[in-house]
Ligand binder design. Structure first.
Ligand code: SAM
Length: 246
């Protein structure tokens, strides 16, 4: 039987496509793509032409049997999304879950992923982080989600669209208060920018320079003060107090 290759594609800079990804995309019998026109442009850039099939959130479940039959017939298939790693805030989960349940071979081809790229350059703790995808669009639901995260000690990571980023910063400020926020904008593209500060400072930066609100964003927020840090500073205060008393 054939294999399903889950292929990461660039999040901006086309040079980030790995040689292995290019080879596999050129060899498979079929490419299942979130948007065949979008991925068709990537293939043309690579000088490749393969049969394509759309696979998005609305038809994903209905495609499982078709794709499974082609794997059973010995064909290899690649799964790609518009940008970055499939399944990460992108289609593919249902397909991979169903094919794995049927015992198919599923091969990841690692590569670009906005959240990993953002974390790798933000300077926030990366030993533990909590990726939350997109926050809910509606204000009340979004703030409730943030409230549920307020006590988490992990670095919080969100995806965000340009027309909501200011509202999200305002909610971060009102729900989580004074915390370090890092915004990674337009990663791997010409206007790649990292903004670093409190949510209020970042809102002020966007008001001063509206270009800072354009493009694609990863929003990262320092976690709540860690218990071991809080305990450590209590111990230090204790030592200091004793020294002063002596
Ligand atoms: N599967 C993708 C990945 O692996 O990162 C994510 C797809 S999700 C639909 C799109 C979101 O990812 C954007 O709204 C933004 O939050 C983030 N994103 C994608 N490309 C980005 C880039 N070049 N710079 C910053 N954020 C990006």
């Amino acid at each position: 039987a054939g294999s399903l290759y889950v292929v990461a594609t660039p999040i901006g800079n086309l040079d980030d496509l790995s040689p292995r990804a290019a080879r596999v995309l050129g060899e498979v019998a079929l490419i299942a793509a979130e948007d065949t026109r979008h991925s068709g442009r990537l293939l043309r850039h690579l000088g490749l032409s393969r049969p394509m099939l759309s696979l998005h959130e609305h038809n994903e479940a209905a495609r499982v049997d078709t794709l499974d039959a082609r794997l059973a017939a010995g064909e290899d298939i690649a799964l790609v999304s518009d940008a970055g790693t499939p399944l990460i805030s992108d289609p593919g989960f249902v397909l991979v879950r169903e094919l794995r349940a049927r015992g198919r071979r599923i091969v990841p081809l690692p590569g670009p992923c906005a959240l990993v790229a953002a974390l790798s350059a933000a300077g926030l703790p990366t030993d533990r982080f909590l990726f939350q995808g997109f926050l809910p669009a509606k204000g009340g639901t979004r703030r409730a989600r943030l409230e549920a995260l307020a006590a988490r000690e992990e670095t919080l990571v969100f995806y965000e669209s340009p027309h909501r980023v200011r509202d999200t910063l305002a909610d971060l400020d009102s729900v989580l208060g004074e915390r370090r926020v890092v915004l990674a904008r337009e990663l791997t593209k010409t206007f790649e920018t990292f903004l670093d500060g409190s949510a209020q400072e970042l809102i002020a930066r966007m008001e001063a320079d509206p270009d800072q609100a354009r493009g694609e964003f990863v929003v990262m927020v320092a976690g709540a003060a860690r218990r071991e840090d809080v305990e450590q500073s209590a111990v230090e205060a204790d030592v200091l107090l004793r020294a002063l008393l002596a």
